[in-house]
Design a protein around this ligand. Structure first.
Ligand code: SF4
Length: 757
């Protein structure tokens, strides 16, 4: 006997957060009930995505069913991974990790947190439990090969690394995008399902879309104007825009905060030497084109500048991210409808907690910690991942001896991959929480697999903080856990307790209870909390119907800006309220939020922070450096790819090979490479061979390889990916090339040579 039920679920694969409608077949076999997903399509009633999905969204079923996905822990015995029971795996972790901590201290153990954790409520809420339990400052993540510069820049300007404005896509009249290709990857630090449709709507209502990118990406093709900038030169382009705005008296601060902006004269002074004629040799752009964009931005009824991965993973990533906000402010578009606005997320954020309009401000290097080898300071609680390998192999007695990775594949996604690949072999012990035996986890002594994406509840705690509408959407797990399978939060709590010396049999609930208890007590004591002064037992009685992420999320929703506040606001946000609204709750368009959203010490917008003004001298010093580069490498992304970890899904990787080297026809002629031939690309740190694809959709002097490839390594278990292995672009990226303000790696604009093989 079979029945069918329908579940609604937010897609956890990228930042767009599309609503999915999932059909589940229920089969009764004797006294057992088996459920399987039969169809996934866009949820037409989702309040945010309205039925939109991309080709990846429907593959959650294939991901769940993938025979290579790990369902049992693996332990390495005599160099080979073998399946073991959960108790055996925990014994191994407790014994070996415990011994290293006891002999060498907590700082001998490091953690690496991968990007999928940002899309996963269990990891997002319980990674911090694990990190607290571990007690080591040696934390690394994918943030320093991604968005960290934006967080640092906004931290200095607005007071918190999580207070990041997003373009008000649905109301803007002019969108200037740098280093972003939403036709391939939707938004990032800008949660917007069907980003392409929203771009088309801008043009349909008479607005303009301008794309600044060394590649004529699909987004650039669809735009009104493609500005083919030289890779890494975005800071110079934006500085010239600022210079033109001042020189042509086009500056107009947003009226409601005109008296609340510090540093306008400093910005004018800093930009004065960067006229478009000066920066033209760096940007490769005609001065008239830069002036035109500046004038259009100033003249548009509303406009927003948006910069993403192509701008953050450059040597001036933080300065570029700062200048994006400078231009938004100087053109009067900061915190204004159609401009760059701040989301008001339902679970709350640093910009909604505490006293409105003022805070502790932002700084790096807290606690005085530094990496041992190169002395990089802490940034947002972590160190640059480009320093991970040397901290394992070159830090002497202070070396990292054990590593725990959670949902990441840094061997493919961080610079100088071969160096990290070798360094992982030098560890005394490594644990990975991961669903795959991949290029990184093959080095692990123990792999602890979390449930599949369909077996987890979902709420985009992080990503809905950067949404272009104020929305909330919670989904229960679609499928039940397999027998004996712990939930991801339980794995992370157990790791925390083992690191605290409580042994392999510690109950994960201990850590969960401690965490919720601390949250409730802190809120009750906080005069700005909606539950200030309430009785802790009364609050806990309402919360304790749930546990794990559901309970924490309920607490965060109830105490957030739209919260039910445990009965004080009966129709407010809570888990029950969101469960009753499976297509999500729409709290409306973005609203003006300054000055309340500020958390700077001054209570003002710090448009010219000293740290960023100081970096302008580096821009001057590098003016000539750009012009000396003959050929540079940039990345790219495809709609059917998602960093490194969706390449084992056949329907996504079949067809024409995508891991090719894009070369402009003029470069192909001078380099002597032909369409379909193999070329050798060499950088300071490595060399790879890739098939050439000649295209005029890229600037001369620039070649492009997608990232996340290079599968088929011995000891991995990704059979589909191995058949279409591709090459790893991070063999070429240089661990020495770092944006010094954020510790973020330079992944775009790598000097390379290309020769025929
Ligand atoms: S754009 Fe695709 S991968 Fe991203 S959330 Fe939507 S369906 Fe999922």
């Amino acid at each position: 006997m079979t029945e069918t039920r329908t579940a609604f679920r937010t897609c956890p694969l990228c930042e767009a957060g599309c609503g999915l409608e999932i059909s589940v077949e229920i089969a009764k076999k004797g006294d057992r009930t088996e459920e399987r997903v039969t169809r996934i399509r866009g949820d037409m009633n989702d309040v945010f995505s309205h039925g939109y999905i991309c080709p990846k969204g429907s593959t959650l079923k294939q991901l769940h069913d993938d025979p290579d996905r790990l369902r049992r822990p693996l332990v390495k015995r005599n160099g080979v991974h073998v399946e073991v029971s959960w108790p055996e795996a925990w014994d191994e972790v407790a014994g070996r990790l415990g011994e290293i901590i006891e002999r060498h201290g907590r700082e001998s153990v490091a953690a690496y947190l991968g990007n999928p954790g940002a899309h996963n409520v269990g990891a997002l809420l319980y990674n911090r439990t694990f990190l607290q339990g571990l007690g080591s400052r040696r934390r690394f993540s994918a943030s320093t090969v991604d968005q960290m510069p934006k967080q640092v820049a906004c931290g200095y300007v607005f007071g918190s690394g999580a207070t990041i404005p997003v373009p008000d896509l649905d109301h803007t009249d002019y969108l200037l995008m740098l280093g972003a290709n939403p036709y391939a990857s939707n938004g990032s630090l800008c949660t917007a399902p069907d980003f392409p449709g929203r771009l088309e709507a801008i043009r349909a209502r008479g607005g303009r879309v301008v794309v600044v990118d060394p590649r004529r990406s699909r987004t650039a093709e669809e735009a009104d104007l493609w500005v083919p900038i030289r890779p890494g030169a975005d800071a110079y382009f934006l500085m010239s825009i600022v210079q033109v705005l001042f020189a042509e008296t086009l500056v107009r601060l947003p009226e409601h905060i005109a008296d609340l902006v510090n540093g306008v004269d400093d910005v004018r002074e800093a930009a004065s030497a960067f006229a478009p004629e000066v920066t033209s040799a760096v940007t490769g752009l005609e001065p008239d084109l830069v002036r035109r964009v500046a004038r259009e931005l100033a003249a548009a009824p509303s406009a927003a500048v948006y910069g993403r991965i192509g701008t953050t993973t450059t040597e001036f990533g933080t300065t570029t991210s700062w200048l994006v906000e400078v231009v938004n402010a100087l053109t009067g578009n900061l915190d204004r409808r159609g401009g760059a606005m701040f989301t008001t997320p339902a679970v709350g954020s640093p910009s909604t907690r505490g006293k409105p309009g003022v805070g502790a401000g932002f700084r790096i290097g807290r606690g005085g910690g530094k990496t041992v080898v190169r002395g990089y300071p802490e940034v947002m609680g972590e160190y640059p991942v480009a320093a991970l390998a040397e901290e394992i192999t070159e830090a002497g007695d202070e070396r990292i001896r054990a590593l725990v990775t959670v949902a990441g594949n840094p061997v493919l996604s961080t610079p100088h991959s071969q160096q990290l690949d070798a360094a992982l072999d030098a560890l005394d012990f490594m644990v990975s929480v991961d669903i795959y035996l991949n290029e990184t986890t093959r080095h692990a002594d123990v792999i602890l697999p979390p449930p599949s994406q369909l077996q987890r509840e979902h709420y985009d705690v992080a990503l809905l903080s950067f949404a272009v509408r104020n929305v909330a959407n919670y989904s229960d797990a679609v499928l039940a856990l397999d027998d004996d399978q712990p939930d991801e939060w339980e794995i992370l709590c157990k790791l925390a307790l083992i690191a605290q010396g409580l042994g392999p049999d510690a109950d994960p609930s201990l850590a969960d209870e401690a965490q919720i208890d601390a949250l409730v007590r802190s809120a009750i004591a906080d005069p700005t909390s909606p539950i200030h002064g309430r009785d802790a037992d009364e609050i806990r009685a309402q919360l304790d119907r749930h546990r794990g992420p559901t309970r924490q999320l309920d607490f965060m929703l109830q105490t957030g800006p739209y919260g039910a506040a445990f009965g004080a606001n009966p129709n407010g946000a809570s888990i029950d309220h969101l469960r009753a609204n499976p297509h999500g709750v729409d709290y409306g368009p973005l609203q003006t939020r300054l000055p309340d959203a500020l958390r700077t010490k001054s209570g003002r917008v710090e448009l010219a922070p000293a740290e960023l003004l100081a970096d302008v001298a580096r821009m001057h010093a590098h003016l000539d450096e750009f012009t000396r580069r003959d050929l540079v490498l940039v990345g790219r992304r495809h709609l059917r790819s998602n960093n490194s970890w969706m390449h084992n899904i056949d329907v996504l990787v079949k067809g024409k090979p995508r891991c090719t080297l894009h070369v402009h026809p003029d470069d192909a002629a001078r380099l002597g490479v032909r369409e379909g031939s193999v070329a050798r690309i060499t950088s300071r740190v490595g060399s790879v061979d890739a098939v050439v694809e000649i295209t005029d959709g890229i600037r001369p002097g620039v070649v492009s390889l997608p990232h996340g490839w290079g599968h088929g390594q011995p000891g991995t278990r990704l059979r589909v990916a191995a058949e279409r292995a591709g090459v790893n672009s991070n063999v070429l990226t240089d661990h020495q090339a770092i944006d010094p303000l954020s510790g973020t790696s330079v992944l775009n604009g790598i000097p390379v040579t290309v020769v025929p093989v």
